[in-house]
Design a protein around this ligand. Sequence first.
Ligand SMILES: [Zn+2]
Length: 132
Amino acid sequence: MRGRCLCGAIKFEIDTPVQTCVNCHCESCRRQCSAPMTTYVGVLDTQWRWTSEAPKVYKSSPGVERTFCANCGTPISFRSERMSGIMHLYVAALEEPEKIVPTLHVAHEEKLPWLKLADGLPTRIGPDYTKD
Ligand SMILES: [Zn+2]
């Protein structure tokens, strides 16, 4: 599947099936995306590639890198040293975001109280989707 930023300067490809697809309510994702929550896919480093120049990198906290298009500002990805070898790309940047469906909410304790979701998906405390 292909993805891109708003202006098209940043482009990427991922190979499906993805490892995970998660809705995240953490404050860092909320601030980077300037949105009440975000949805990302996790893919192995062997499963994705930039097909344009690479986006600009912002280190949002120790061990965490977030990327965005330096031209139009679109958030593209984040990665954490705590989940090395995995890249997380924002589903809304995909050309066909409807084709990958989230299965979980993480950092649910940080969810904005006015955001009411009735998808019935399981929730996790904290940002780690690998924990039960
Ligand atoms: Zn752009």
